[in-house]
Design a protein around this ligand. Structure first.
Ligand code: CAA
Ligand code: NAD
Length: 283
């Protein structure tokens, strides 16, 4: 199936990044959010990223204008009526995703693929909100989307080979590398990454070392580009907590219990870089 018209739901850090790479690859993109301010922030970030590429000589001013011209704003899910694919990147919450997918199933054309950028929620359960589970798939981009090469592609129980193939081809058109995995809590990426981040928060909570020391040890000792607490702030502490809850519930194993300190930060509204404060402060 040929894909040309894309809709991205959620103009936050992931949705705006996905919209940017899709527009750069020549797709027409509608970028949807519930809030106009969120759209403005998202398109502002895209413009900043593209301007940096122009400054570095990686793109001309005309190319930047053309990329931005391929992105239009949307505040209504009904705008999915002429799309070949919708990629959902709203909050990591099953109820929210169910509501979105139920509506999309009603308004998107019959041929449209409904993809989700969920970090951990079961694709099969999201698909169950629709009458087209064979056309629902996980398309898990990594943050920051314009930089990271991987897209983890997750098949739901009913996803067809044809839909998988279409998504694989689209991922390659985005100059990214698709890697396939099955529908298990946290998939591969967050089943392994998030318990490490959660353990770093327990390490801080236990007073084993300062946040700076924990991050330095993991950065220098393991050659990670960011320490785990810095990375948690970058991902969003709310998203980290939601993912740990999915792992805890999905496996029923206490080794996945979220750190109480992580829970406390989220309750305080200290969600990391996006709110200006998490384990570190940002201005
Ligand atoms: N958007 C677009 N481009 C960005 C960017 C952003 N938010 N942040 C950095 N960049 C670009 C810079 O412009 C720069 O580009 P050039 O090489 O063309 O100059 C390049 O990335 C490197 O940036 P910097 O030199 O400023 O900084 P850095 O070398 O420290 O790299 C980083 C920044 C790429 C973010 C690096 O720190 C890194 O790889 N961090 C770990 C990221 C990671 O683990 N991501 C996965 C998170 S988990 C996930 O996504 C899944 C989930 O479900 C939670
Ligand atoms: P974010 O908080 O930056 O953005 C979420 C956006 O979705 C907000 O702008 C919000 O207004 C919007 N939104 C919420 N409900 C909506 C609805 N019903 N309709 C339309 N828009 C809605 O979050 P994010 O970090 O971009 O994460 C988005 C999704 O991507 C989550 O499922 C998350 O698990 C996943 N993800 C996150 C990361 C990461 O590192 N942050 C990486 C990979 C995947």
């Amino acid at each position: 199936m040929a894909i040309q018209n894309v809709m991205v739901i959620g103009a936050g850090q992931m949705g705006s990044g996905i919209a940017q790479v899709c527009a750069q690859a020549g797709f027409n993109v509608k970028l949807n959010d519930m809030k106009q301010e969120a759209y403005e922030r998202g398109i502002g970030n895209i413009t900043k990223n593209l301007s940096r590429s122009v400054e570095k000589g990686l793109m001309t001013e005309e190319e930047k204008t053309a990329v931005l011209g391929r992105i239009t704003s949307s505040l209504d899910l009904k705008d999915a009526h002429d799309r070949d694919i919708v990629i959902e990147a709203a909050v990591e919450n099953m109820e929210v995703k169910h509501t979105i997918f139920k509506t999309l199933d009603e308004v998107a054309p019959k041929h449209a693929i409904l993809a989700t950028n969920t970090s951990s929620l079961p694709i099969t359960e999201i698909a169950a909100a629709t009458n087209r589970p064979e056309q629902v798939i996980g398309m898990h981009f990594m943050n920051p989307v314009p930089v990271m090469k991987l897209v983890e592609i997750i098949r739901g129980l009913a996803t067809t080979d044809e839909v998988y193939k279409t998504i694989e081809e689209m991922t390659l058109k985005l100059s990214k590398t698709p890697v396939e995995c099955n529908d298990f809590p946290g998939f591969v990426s967050n089943r392994i990454l998030m318990p490490m981040i959660n353990e770093a928060v327990f390490t801080l909570q236990d007073g084993v070392a300062t946040k700076e020391a924990i991050d330095s040890i993991m950065k220098m000792g393991m050659n990670h580009p960011m320490g785990p607490l810095e990375l948690a702030d970058f991902i969003g502490l709310d998203t980290c907590l939601y993912i740990m809850e999915v792992l805890h519930e999905g496996f029923g194993d206490s080794k996945y219990r979220p750190s109480p300190l992580l829970r406390q930060y989220v309750k305080a509204g200290w969600l990391g870089k996006k709110t200006g404060r998490g384990f570190y402060e940002y201005n």
